[in-house]
Design a binder for this molecule. Structure first.
Ligand SMILES: [Zn+2]
Length: 513
């Protein structure tokens, strides 16, 4: 019988720590619901003690999800554990995730604690935690750089004091697959509670050397029965093991792994797209499983092979992961019902208000373009959801430009009750608009990245703008689309500014595991 692998998703915690990926409460709730219908077993909803928004997100997600286990993160500190407990009170299946660093570097420079002190802290805080929780996951942070003997002592202490899951994080993406697999095998062999299945063994791998997936798979092979992942592989620095890559790796090579998960594969791509829409973080074209190029065949030899027999150059069928190959969806006469069905197909749930906005924008774009494609729809949803971040709203813009005058932009933005009109010049129309926005919002920023591309093909295609703004040394992503590229640029810019505003309200500190 196939072994069962639990999927622990940390898109909303580790993933949200990606530069520029912060989400609003409403967006996190939306994502949590999508992840539950995708079939993940466990959702790490946040780090409750770190900020009010994190606390409220865990609380809100706890009260909504019925199937998935909801997790709150805590350091080995009482107030962290208390905050997690308070925020998880309404959860149908709550779980606490406690961590403390164990590697020499972290002991010496971060914690300034000796080995015995750390063991004592684990014992004390897990004893306390188990008066509040039945399910507790414990992580020795930077486990892969911890001395093996000491790591085993840490694991034994954690289990003795009530941990029901032991998670081995490769926090800095340092491990190599062969040694990581050996470490996991060694832990299984020498820990009876894990070997007998009383305690779950989990791994959490980072992608600094591009090995998060390889290390996770090596761990599964060696006996781990839970893997921590994020959708689209987002996360600290180079990110985490990507959920879709792990699930498809185990599916395509079932002959090797022979494991099952509860993931509904046909929701993979739509849910990945939803996350992309919410965060504004695009995947690169050649990203495994989800990239635009994955199912495109340029070379003649490949095209001929795929036409004759798909499997000659494709190891996955795009339909399996919910990618439709026929891109034409709807024209201007398609009604609300058809739009609703399409969104349902993509597992995109919107409030009535959001749906109305998507429909209005859809109708507007369908009036300008002959055909509206799935990609257009994703962009529309993205722009509507992106605009749902509270903050500055574009009321109008005018631009005067040409190659014989100084480009000038006038914009009017609204924030709460306040409306501001500003004019500014620039090197070009986009620069003029950006300068005007900076003055309106009272910020100083540098534009770190600006990408504009057509959504689909045709001269009437929408322009999609993705940009990265640096404000006070932090990066904020913005994304928007419109049939007018100046408008798309202005909306994307405001989207990034609003993420900055949001971050400043929440002013959270973050954790690395
Ligand atoms: Zn991590």
């Amino acid at each position: 019988m196939a072994r069962y692998i639990k999927i622990f998703d940390t898109t909303l915690r580790d993933g949200e720590q990606s530069p520029g990926a912060s989400m609003t409460l409403a967006q996190k709730v939306e994502m949590a619901e999508a992840l539950e219908s995708l079939g993940v077993d466990i959702i790490e909803a946040g780090f409750p003690v770190s900020s009010k928004v994190q606390f409220e997100a865990v609380q809100e997600i706890s009260s909504l999800l019925k199937k998935a286990t909801v997790v709150g993160l805590a350091r080995c500190v009482r107030k962290d554990i208390d905050a997690a407990y308070e925020s998880l009170k309404k959860a149908a299946h709550p779980m606490l995730h406690v961590f403390i660093a164990t590697s020499p570097l972290h002991r010496q420079y971060k914690l300034k604690k000796e080995k015995p002190e750390i063991l004592a802290s684990i014992a004390e805080h897990l004893d306390y935690a188990r008066t509040l929780f039945d399910k507790i996951e414990f992580s020795p942070e930077d486990a892969s750089r911890t001395e093996h003997d000491y790591l085993m002592e840490v694991i034994d202490t954690a289990i003795e004091h009530g941990a029901t899951t032991i998670n081995i994080p490769d926090t800095v993406g340092f491990a190599m697959p062969l040694e990581f697999g050996e470490l996991i095998r060694k832990i299984v062999e020498r820990t009876p509670a894990i070997k007998e299945g009383k305690v779950t063994l989990s791994v959490h791998c980072h992608n600094d050397l591009g090995l998060a997936l390889a290390n996770s798979l090596a761990a599964v092979e060696a006996g781990a029965n839970q893997v921590e992942v994020t959708l689209n592989g987002i996360g600290e620095r180079a990110g985490n093991c990507a959920l879709e890559e792990l699930v498809m790796g185990m599916e395509v090579r079932r002959d090797i792994y022979d494991v099952d998960t509860h993931i509904r594969k046909e929701y993979l791509y739509p849910t990945g797209k939803l996350l992309q829409n919410l965060t504004g973080l695009l995947f690169q074209r050649n990203k495994p499983v989800f990239g635009d190029n994955v199912f495109m065949h340029e070379s003649g030899i490949h095209q001929h092979g795929v036409l004759a027999h798909r499997e000659t150059y494709e190891i996955m069928n795009p339909k399996t992961i919910g990618r439709t190959t026929e891109s034409l969806v709807m024209g201007r006469h398609s009604g609300k019902h058809a739009l609703k069905e399409k969104l349902e197909h993509y597992n995109i749930k919107l409030t009535d208000d959001q749906f109305q906005k998507v429909f209005d924008r859809f109708a507007e774009i369908a009036d300008k373009k002959k055909e509206v494609y799935d990609e257009d729809l994703f962009s529309i949803v993205s722009t509507v959801l992106g605009a749902s971040i509270d903050g500055y709203r574009l009321l109008y813009f005018h631009v005067y430009t040409g190659n014989s005058l100084i480009p000038t932009a006038t914009i009017k933005v609204q924030e709460k009750e306040k409306e501001t009109v500003v004019s500014s010049t620039g090197d070009g129309p986009v620069d003029a608009v950006f300068n005007a926005i900076d003055i309106c919002c009272g910020i100083t920023s540098t534009l770190d990245e600006y990408i504009i591309q057509a959504v689909g093909s045709g001269k009437d295609a929408q322009g999609q703008v993705k940009l990265m703004l640096k404000i006070e040394d932090e990066l904020y992503a913005g994304k928007a689309s419109s049939t007018d590229i100046i408008e798309a640029s202005a909306l994307a810019y405001l989207n990034a500014v609003n993420r900055y505003v949001l971050k400043n309200i929440t002013n959270g500190h973050t954790a690395a595991v």
